[in-house]
Design a protein around this ligand. Structure first.
Ligand code: NAD
Length: 411
């Protein structure tokens, strides 16, 4: 099932549980606006190349729309649509005053030089500058884009509208980025995991963790779990997988990855088959790489007690059912990886205030938001007798539906 079908299915289940009026349900599903633009740039050799750029603005009932911009060959309108919708529910679950959006350009960034990427980003910004803004739609980095991409977007947007640091988040610190943003998603994953484990009288200390993906999210989650006395017993990335039943030394593993470019042949562990990682016995499994990795084929072999969805959409709906029947507790993506957008919100607040917070304040506020959201989800689970995924969806959808109703429908 693709991301759009799975997201819409979860939304419809939540709407049914909440008893939403069919007309509101329909209006919440249809995106506010879909933008598709041609982006033609001269390549470094003087030849012209054209790409298609998208921005889907899903909903703005609770505030400016918010979501990443990805540069990836498989960016397509359906996927961007699903991800924009997910952002609407995610920002509502986190209780930050935003709606949802997502965008991207169908390109292969590693095939483009830095100057070609800059031209492409500036052309895209020129095409959409009238439709984004500090109080309209605030982009951020996503797959294939980074702080530099946001710096170019900010610069191009500012040519039309004057200096506007709050128009994008995930910026370099020198241009108004927030301290703590780089680690925020991984840190939020760990705060969410701690809130979940506390429900079972447990903490990270002494428990075993397996992490798929050792990029921004996975490596920060691993570092912070290790810091708290959790044993990260297996880790994988695109280069391979490594395990140590007594716990990997994550700081050393980060250094090894930086110096060799690979997880393999690490002194403090043994290489393992990457396909075994998701079914390795552990207390907590944290998929932090791709969507759809837990599916009909492998779900029944999963031996974790808890799954924390750091990646977007790692569990397809069939796997969700199999895992639920096995009694595996899943902390859903629309909550578990909301730390990044939450600190993006803090960045936007700091830019608007013109006042920079220290990192301790950012991390403390993030913990407060993640812990509060977890308890709000649990309350929905109690009220509607549902699992954590439906608890999160009903929480998010209900907040957006309430805001929509309060604003009214008069033309
Ligand atoms: P990243 O590009 O920094 O890291 C991705 C990691 O996944 C890399 O270590 C890569 O080697 C690994 N990977 C790729 N294919 C793999 C495979 N087949 N098997 C094992 N590992 C594989 O990306 P990221 O920013 O860490 O994002 C990871 C996930 O978290 C994505 O699903 C993303 O959408 C989601 N997410 C990220 C953020 C954020 O702030 N970065 C926020 C919310 C959600």
């Amino acid at each position: 099932m693709n991301a759009l079908a799975a997201t819409s299915r979860n939304f419809k289940n939540a709407a049914r549980i909440l008893g939403l009026d069919a007309k509101i349900e329909r209006s919440l599903l249809i995106p506010f606006r879909e933008i598709k633009v041609e982006c033609t740039i001269p390549k470094d050799d003087g030849s012209l190349v054209s790409y298609v750029g998208f921005r889907v603005q899903h909903d703005n009932a609770r505030g400016p729309m918010k979501g990443g911009i990805r540069y990836h060959p498989e960016v397509d309108p359906d996927e961007v649509n699903a991800l924009a919708q997910l952002m609407t529910w995610k920002t509502a679950v986190a209780d930050i005053p935003y709606g949802g959006a997502k965008g991207g350009i169908g390109c292969t960034p590693r095939d483009l030089s830095l100057s070609e990427l800059e031209r492409l980003t500036r052309v895209f910004a020129q095409k959409i500058h009238d439709l984004i803004g500090t109080h309209t739609d605030v982009p951020a980095p996503d797959m294939g884009t980074n702080a530099q991409t946001m710096a170019w977007m900010l610069d191009e947007y500012s040519k039309f509208h004057g200096h506007s640091p709050a128009v994008v988040t995930g910026k370099p610190i020198d241009l108004g980025g927030s301290l703590g943003r780089e680690a925020a998603t991984g840190r939020g994953v760990v705060f969410g995991t701690e809130a979940l484990l506390a429900e079972y009288g447990k903490s990270c200390k002494g428990l075993t963790f397996v992490i798929q993906g050792f990029g921004n999210v996975g490596s920060w989650a691993a570092r912070l779990i290790h810091e708290r006395g959790g044993k990260v017993i297996a880790v994988s990335d695109i280069t391979g997988a490594v395990k140590n039943p007594n716990g990997l030394d994550i700081d050393e593993l980060v250094k090894h990855k930086e110096s060799t470019g690979s997880l393999l042949n690490f002194n403090g562990g043994d290489n393992m088959d990457p396909d075994e990682v998701l079914i390795h016995e552990c207390d907590v499994l944290i998929p932090s790489a791709l969507g759809g990795v837990l599916n009909r084929e492998n779900a029944s072999s999963v031996r974790a007690k808890f799954i924390v969805e750091a990646a977007n959409h790692p569990t397809d709906p069939e796997a969700d059912e199999i895992l639920s029947k096995k009694g595996v507790i899943i902390l859903p993506d629309i909550y578990a990886n909301a730390g990044g957008v939450t600190v993006s919100y803090f960045e936007w607040v700091q830019n608007i205030q013109g006042f920079m917070w220290d990192e301790e304040k950012v991390n403390n506020e993030l913990q407060r938001y993640m812990t509060k959201a977890f308890h709000n989800i649990k309350n929905m689970c109690k009220t509607y007798d549902c699992n954590l995924r439906m608890g999160a969806f009903t929480l998010g959808v209900n907040r957006v539906a309430r805001a929509t109703n309060l604003r009214g429908y008069e033309a």
